[in-house]
Design a protein around this ligand. Structure first.
Ligand SMILES: [Zn+2]
Length: 473
């Protein structure tokens, strides 16, 4: 007898080159693995299950993969906007974060993500030693790294183009922290938690530190997860320090290969983006965050055309302003179509692949997740197609479900979420935590951070227009 049988659903396996659609399909789960996917009639005849779920008028999909986010500053949501720069908006609050605030950020991001169908979090620390025990308890899949930098927090004090000082001891300690994660957490929670390695950017580490990071990545078989071409400041640092742009520098130190997950690339030229894609590296594409922070659409169109694999990411709740891959999917499609002035540039089926199987390929977990196939881990979601936002459901002569999943769904259509074979979310309730209590403590911790930042916020002119004394916010 198997554990779970989902029947009579519109199944999108995401296997093969498209969406792998099965009408009136079923998925069989035993333990933490998918044991069969196929027509309902076939699987119902073959399997007895401890629990059977009738998924009529529901889409069954692989759980969504958020390939790049920083939960550490999630409780600063709504503070980086309408300020001269995102940094100026969040900095006074950022300075007041405590371990409790970091935990609150991880809790808030993960709760929001699960409620909207995300099953894997590509969390990019610091703060992972605080977040991971919570992720283990919650039951979410996590693929994490520590932000490695050897630049002390003096960037804002330097003149434009003045070289950041490097503090090798700081870089060593961050690398050590990342390697401790590898030792303690890589493969933990029955393989649900895995670890990458995370240099912050080309401008944040010395050549010597990059060599150590690469050696560690090779030794432990880790993906290198790294921001590339994320701002003018980075380009200027690299030109002033080495006389080359970041991509040429990374090529010179042998960083362009399939181990690399290149994040953002908004300041890369098309040639540079193509070079990264051709190297076998993958891309993390975070449209909301980069459009809000910089008004730029990341070059995922160029990367895809060059044959690269792309995952979606929400980046930061304080810059995008949510941890919701349904809204990210919609913007991914709209932004690339708008950029290219072509409504067919980024079709919805392709975006759904970025959030599932191609996302899994991009972060190096496609042997385990990303599609509904026999032998893979059971990470899957059910989306209620009877919700007004998903109606009507048409299957012949043209199916409208995929465009509606990408462009109409808001996330609250998700009614069931299974991660590693365990029901984590069902009928509006996360099963593994006391959600109401956690949300109350997140609110309290956030108010405390805000209170501590108050004096500095009032001192800085940045916020004159947003102080609550005025009526516009
Ligand atoms: Zn980032």
């Amino acid at each position: 007898m198997i554990d779970l049988l989902l029947t009579h659903g519109d199944v999108f396996t995401m296997a093969g080159d498209g969406v792998g659609y099965i009408e009136n399909g079923a998925v069989a789960v035993e333990g933490n693995r998918i044991v069969a996917v196929g027509p309902s009639s076939e699987l119902e005849a073959k399997y007895q299950a401890k629990r059977t779920v009738d998924a009529s008028m529901k889409a069954i999909l692989p759980g969504l993969i958020d390939g790049h986010l920083h939960t550490v500053i999630a409780i600063l949501r709504g503070l980086g906007q309408d300020a001269p720069t995102w940094h100026e908006g969040v900095d006074p609050f950022f300075e007041q974060l405590t371990p409790a605030a970091v935990l609150a950020g991880a809790q808030l991001s993960a709760i929001e993500a699960i409620r909207a169908g995300t099953t894997t979090l590509g969390d990019y620390g610091p703060g992972m030693p605080i977040a991971l025990p919570f992720y283990e308890k919650l039951g979410v899949r996590a693929r994490v790294c520590t932000l490695i930098s050897e630049v002390p927090p003096v960037e804002s004090l330097l003149a434009e183009g003045e070289l950041y000082p490097f503090e090798p001891a700081l870089g060593e300690s961050r690398l050590e922290e990342n390697l401790e994660l590898v030792g303690q957490w890589n493969g933990a929670a029955n393989g649900r938690i895995t670890v990458m390695i995370g240099p912050q950017g080309a401008d944040y580490c010395s050549v010597e530190l990059f060599a150590k990071i690469k050696a560690a990545a090779e030794k432990h078989g880790l993906k290198i997860h790294m921001h590339i071409g994320q701002g003018d400041r980075e380009i200027l640092q690299m030109k002033n320090r080495y006389g080359v742009r970041p991509v040429a520098f990374l090529e010179s130190i042998d960083y362009l290969d399939e181990q690399l997950i290149a994040v953002h690339m908004v300041k890369c030229t098309d040639d540079e983006v193509e070079k990264i894609a051709a190297s076998g590296a993958s891309m993390a594409f975070c449209p909301s965050s980069l459009i809000i922070c910089d008004g730029i659409v990341p070059p995922a169109d160029v990367f895809v055309r060059a044959g690269g694999k792309v995952c979606l990411g929400t980046d930061e709740t304080s810059s995008n302003n949510g941890t919701n891959l349904f809204s990210e999917m919609k913007l991914a499609s709209l932004a690339l179509n708008m950029k290219n002035q072509d409504p067919t540039e980024m079709p919805t089926w392709k975006v759904l692949r970025m959030a599932t199987i191609e996302g899994a390929q991009a972060i190096g977990l496609d042997h385990e997740i990303g599609s509904l196939e026999q032998g893979k881990k059971a990470d899957l979601i059910l989306v209620d197609l009877r919700k007004p936002s998903m109606m009507p459901v048409l299957r012949d002569p043209v199916r409208n479900i995929v465009p509606n999943l990408v462009l109409s769904a808001r996330g609250d259509e998700v009614v069931l979420s299974i991660i590693d074979g365990q029901v984590i979310y069902e009928d509006g309730r996360i099963t593994t935590i006391a959600e109401d209590d956690l949300l109350a403590s997140i609110q309290q911790v956030s108010e405390e951070v805000s209170a501590r930042a108050s004096k500095e916020v009032r001192r800085r002119k940045t916020f004159q227009h947003r102080l609550t004394l005025e009526d516009r916010y």
